[in-house]
Design a protein around this ligand. Sequence first.
Ligand SMILES: CC(C)(COP(=O)(O)OP(=O)(O)OC[C@H]1O[C@@H](n2cnc3c(N)ncnc32)[C@H](O)[C@@H]1OP(=O)(O)O)[C@@H](O)C(=O)NCCC(=O)NCCS
Length: 174
Amino acid sequence: MDFITIDEHITLSPLTKKDFPVFIARINDFEIYKNTCNIPYPYTLKDAEDALIHFENRSKNYGKNTSWSIRKDEEVIGGFGFQISQKSHKTEFGYWLAKDFWGKGIMTKVVAKMCEVGFENYNFDRIQAHIFENNIASCKVLEKCGFTLEAACLKKHYKKDGKIFNGKLYAKTK
Ligand SMILES: CC(C)(COP(=O)(O)OP(=O)(O)OC[C@H]1O[C@@H](n2cnc3c(N)ncnc32)[C@H](O)[C@@H]1OP(=O)(O)O)[C@@H](O)C(=O)NCCC(=O)NCCS
């Protein structure tokens, strides 16, 4: 499952070196950094190179692709990943979208499709996401995609830049 079609403009396929200039320009955003755990800020060329190696190794270990760039008319506008490196009945997943594309329903469509793919093609029984407590947009995406809020307040779940934040846990089962 390397190439996935969401609609006539939005597709998913793995990140490549050719994508780096646009990818770095779009992911290099404090608003993305502050709501995620594995995306540095500022985001450098070395970060992109490390990310590509990480995605390729993770997919190799898992035995199937686990990481996609979200593309609008082939240009990278975001990312989606099943955060898993060994076969399991469940996975955590993560996603980001460049700010210019927020609020257009794109991530809701991507998450809905990737749940189908996860249940049908990856054989997951459970797909889950931990999020920062105040990430309202992400809560809405997950709720619109039929996820259940299993933990409304994971106390002191995150530490970022020396500050502690509560988390939430959403999950969807087959
Ligand atoms: C979370 C994120 C992926 C949402 O993507 P998106 O494509 O803008 O989401 P959608 O357009 O599908 O919107 C889903 C809902 O959230 C709402 N929403 C979008 N951005 C919002 C914001 N900044 N504040 C409040 N609500 C927001 C939308 O209005 C929509 O709700 P509605 O249907 O009731 O109107 C995007 O904001 C993002 O990349 N944020 C930074 C990284 C991040 O948080 N990643 C997730 C980590 S768990």
